[in-house]
Design a protein around this ligand. Structure first.
Ligand code: TYD
Length: 206
């Protein structure tokens, strides 16, 4: 099973992905937790380029291609082998982030994003996507208080982040069969409980 977490800045995806991993391991499931951009040595190097520096340092198309380069390595070397070995893969962000940030928000041609993606993965989509939806003002404040240097996207203005939120909600309607939208203003345990309940429809976990 391939599970992804999506959402804007500071919505709590990483915390939820990590709690879910611990829960699945304690239920005897073989899990790989990974993230984008990143997940392999090479893709983590690209991550540094993409997430540091000024917002305008890379053009939208170059940026989109860089995410896809990182995703290719991540897919070929980590996600695909793990899925083939029967493991559950949880990725903190994946292709839907490219569709929203580079496609819907920065205007990169969706045909480019989709064509490259489908040739990398043979158009395999995540089985389940958890969207943590939160007002961007709250998410950005959380994200900036974390004190790390990966702030290139946080520096984009609030209207950009509002578009990101709308973009993900649009995808959640388009792919309603694989998306579950979670209210990011709930507490961490409450959100985790909703995710576990949802997964118990697919797995006998408890
Ligand atoms: P991340 O650490 O996931 O952000 P946060 O924890 O603050 O939510 O950083 C990833 C950043 O990269 C985020 O701003 C979204 C952006 N991104 C894209 O623009 N396109 C993509 O395809 C991916 C995977 C991420």
């Amino acid at each position: 099973m391939f599970i992804t977490f999506e959402g804007g800045e500071g919505t709590g995806k990483s915390v939820q992905a990590s709690l879910l991993k611990d829960f699945l391991i304690s239920s005897g499931v073989d899990v790989v937790l990974t993230r984008e951009p990143g997940g392999t040595t090479f893709a983590e190097e690209i991550r540094k380029i993409l997430l540091t520096g000024e917002p305008e340092k890379i053009s939208p198309l170059t940026e989109a291609l860089m995410y896809l380069v990182a995703r290719t390595d991540h897919w070929e070397r980590k996600i695909k082998p793990a899925l083939n070995a029967g493991k559950v893969v949880i990725s903190d962000r994946f292709q839907d982030s490219s569709v929203v940030y580079q496609g819907l928000c920065k205007g990169v041609d969706m045909n480019v994003l989709n064509a490259v993606y489908s040739s990398i993965t043979n158009n395999q989509m995540p089985d389940r996507t958890y969207l943590i939806d939160l007002e961007p003002e709250i998410g950005l404040a959380r994200s900036l208080s974390r004190n790390n240097s990966e702030t290139r996207f946080e520096k984009m203005d609030i209207s950009f982040h509002r578009k990101v939120r709308e973009g993900f909600l649009e995808l959640s309607h388009k792919y309603a069969d694989r998306y579950l939208v979670l209210d990011g203003s709930l507490s961490i345990p409450e959100i985790q409980e909703l995710i576990r309940d949802d997964l118990s429809n697919f797995y006998q976990l408890r």
